[in-house]
Design a protein around this ligand. Structure first.
Ligand SMILES: Nc1ncnc2c1ncn2[C@@H]1O[C@H](COP(=O)(O)OP(=O)(O)O)[C@@H](O)[C@H]1O
Ligand SMILES: [Mg+2]
Length: 290
């Protein structure tokens, strides 16, 4: 099969890992940088140009869309869907999971346990905090990644001033209960095609509360409880993601889904667990496209 990895970074670990896994299974692999593409609808048909060449021979695509390129990246995936190219994650699913508020709405509707979360509003910061309850609480901008854009407001005064600042700056955000008992750790489960294929526990570095590996967190391999596994699978299904990373906080109320990532980094999970996730993604494509 001809499989494209949609990525701006040919030399990134995840891109290289996917290329290697595909070639090892005798597929023709290529990297397409979405920023070098031109999307057209011409004579009633979707046509894709990569630089000045028409691309019309792809069977499947593995989108690796960065947060800075969500809109165009998703548009590109939609274009490929219109050309009957199989995407391991669809355009709509990418857009929905990228927006922290949209994804909580969808997860809640599907009965997936999530932390108490309020959409930010701009008309009355004090009322929002009165309705929400007391600090400490978490405030997050809607499209942050790598732990950037997550604020722990330890007092009511800092929560209020932070919300007023975001309102003034016209930045959209959510307010969320702080799950103190997770102690700066969370679980990352990788789901491929309705199966948890790997899981790790991430813990924050000293002095932080964010467990992101990009923030200096550490990781260890773990086995999920049956309940955690069910929650991860339900979240992936609700957001219709064939491949994703589901982040789970261990709380007094049981596992709570914090976010679902449509482009999970592969380096941390593959090196922590020794599991070849890329190969699982390639065989998922084979089951659906061959
Ligand atoms: N409600 C919360 N309670 C406790 N810790 C949280 C909460 N929300 C986020 N965190 C911590 O901050 C990290 C980053 O938050 P997350 O919502 O995943 O944003 P990002 O998309 O930037 O990774 C999480 O992995 C977790 O360690
Ligand atoms: Mg996260």
């Amino acid at each position: 099969m001809n499989i494209a990895v949609l990525s701006r970074g040919e030399n990134l670990y995840s891109t290289q890992s996917l290329l290697k896994a595909g070639m090892a299974r005798n597929h023709t692999m290529e990297v397409i940088d979405p920023t070098l593409c031109t999307l057209t609808v011409d004579k009633g048909k979707p046509v894709l140009y990569y630089c000045d060449e028409v691309v019309d021979d792809l069977h499947a695509v593995i989108p690796r869309i960065g947060a800075s390129n969500t809109y165009f990246g998703a548009s590109m995936v939609r274009h490929l869907e219109c050309m009957n190219v199989f995407p391991v994650v669809g355009a709509e699913a990418i857009l929905q999971s990228r927006n922290k508020w949209t994804s909580f709405q969808i997860l809640a509707q599907a009965g997936v346990p999530v932390p108490k979360t309020y959409q930010g509003n701009t008309y009355d910061a004090e009322l929002l905090l009165k309705l929400f309850g007391k600090a400490p609480l978490i405030i997050k901008i809607l499209q942050g990644t790598h732990g950037h854009g997550v604020i722990l407001a330890e007092t009511q005064a800092s929560a209020l001033s932070t919300i007023e600042t975001l309102n003034t700056a016209k930045v959209r955000y959510i307010v969320q209960e702080f799950i103190a008992e997770s102690k700066g750790s969370d679980l990352r489960a990788i789901v491929v095609d309705g199966t948890v294929v790997a899981a790790m526990k991430r813990s924050c570095k000293e002095g932080d509360f964010r467990s992101n590996l990009h923030r200096g967190g550490s990781s260890e391999i773990i086995t999920l409880s049956a309940q955690e596994e069910q929650v991860a699978l339900k979240a992936a299904k609700a957001l219709r993601l064939g491949v994703c990373g589901v982040d789970i906080l261990q709380s007094k109320q049981g596992p709570l889904v914090l976010e679902v990532n449509s482009t999970p980094g592969l380096e941390g999970i593959e090196t922590t667990t020794g599991i070849n996730i890329s190969e699982k993604i390639i065989t998922y494509i084979e089951r659906n496209r061959m």
